[in-house]
Design a protein around this ligand. Structure first.
Ligand code: BTN
Length: 267
């Protein structure tokens, strides 16, 4: 971890990171448009793997599928990590692996009720707690991924009207830990999970992911480029796609899109 790290307790962060500390160079920003956007620019200018941008606030935070991502100082943990993969790595299932690492970190910190919603939402007691936005850059000797993670720590009064879905924050379960502990634990879990992912692919993580599948067996709707599909949520398969089951026994494999719970669904 570099010493260029203002405004966070470096000693605490280093202690939490433990053996993973040399893998990360963490920079803390009071504000930026989006840590993903900034890290993509830094990566294009040759930033090295492990660079992590942590921002107190983002003026143009981005979510998946072109949506915006709301955050506020004290209410959010928002950061992006640059990671390098070799040509041999298959990136299928990467976003699920990252969500899993975040869930494991929260569990290591003692949080109960943590779940995952395919492909990469982190849930707490049935509501969205955070999300992952991964953006890829392809180069001559491999791929780089900008891995952006946003978590709600506390509820912000203005979010209720602006976010179009049920969401929650860590404070609903317990007092959120200091961000050095939260960030350090997530990065430590991320390093461990990405090492398994690079070596053996998502197949080696799928059982751990499926144990936390918050919507398993529930009626869902998937909106993807190929249209809308309805069915009962099955498991994440070894390649990271999701199995959808209809009540006549048909199985559909979904590899991209948005999943939502669909309680009124006539199948
Ligand atoms: C989603 O659920 O749609 C993904 C949300 C990802 C938000 C994080 S916050 C840090 C990073 N910077 C961004 O602009 N987006 C990601």
């Amino acid at each position: 971890m570099s010493s260029v790290c203002f405004g966070v307790d470096v000693a605490m962060l280093r202690a939490v990171l433990g053996e993973a500390a040399p893998l990360f160079a963490i920079e803390h920003l009071e504000s930026c448009d989006s840590t993903n956007t900034l890290l993509l620019e830094r990566a294009a200018r040759g930033a090295t793997a492990g660079l992590t941008l942590l921002a107190d606030s983002q003026t143009a935070g981005r979510g998946r599928r072109g949506r915006s991502w709301l955050s506020a100082p004290e209410c959010s943990l928002t950061f992006s990590v640059l990671w390098r993969f070799t040509h041999r790595s298959s990136l299928v299932g990467l976003s699920l692996a990252v969500g899993l690492a975040v869930a494991q970190a929260l569990e290591d910190l003692g949080f109960e009720g943590v779940g995952l919603k395919w492909p990469n939402d982190v849930w707490l007691f049935g509501r969205k707690l955070g999300g992952v936005l991964i953006e890829l850059m392809f180069g001559q000797d491999g791929f780089q991924a900008v891995i952006g993670i946003g978590l709600n720590l506390r509820m912000h009064p203005e979010w209720q009207d602006s976010i179009g879905q049920a969401f929650t924050a860590l404070e609903v379960a317990a007092v959120p830990p200091p961000r050095e502990i939260l960030l350090g634990t997530i990065l430590r879990c991320l390093a461990r999970t990405l090492a398994v992912f690079e070596r053996d692919g998502f197949a080696a993580l799928s059982a751990d992911w499926n144990r936390r599948n918050a919507l398993h067996g529930l009626p869902v709707r998937v909106c993807s480029e190929s249209g809308e599909h309805r069915g009962f949520c099955g498991s994440a398969l070894q390649d990271g796609s999701l199995e959808l089951l209809s009540n006549c026994g048909a199985r559909l494999q979904i590899s991209g899109g948005d999943l939502s719970l669909c309680l009124e669904m006539p199948l």
